[in-house]
Design a protein. Structure first.
Length: 42
């Protein structure tokens, strides 16, 4: 049972890391999009 709990914990941790990585990538793309939009309008 302890091994299962450890496996689940590791899987969740990996999932959380993957999600935060994707969020950072989207946030960076969003920031770039904003800076690109502002430079186009001037």
């Amino acid at each position: 049972m302890a091994e299962l709990a450890t496996a689940v914990d590791e899987a969740l941790r990996g999932l959380r890391d993957g999600v935060s990585r994707v969020e950072r990538k989207q946030y960076r793309a969003y920031q770039w999009d904003l800076s690109g939009a502002t430079s186009w309008s001037t």
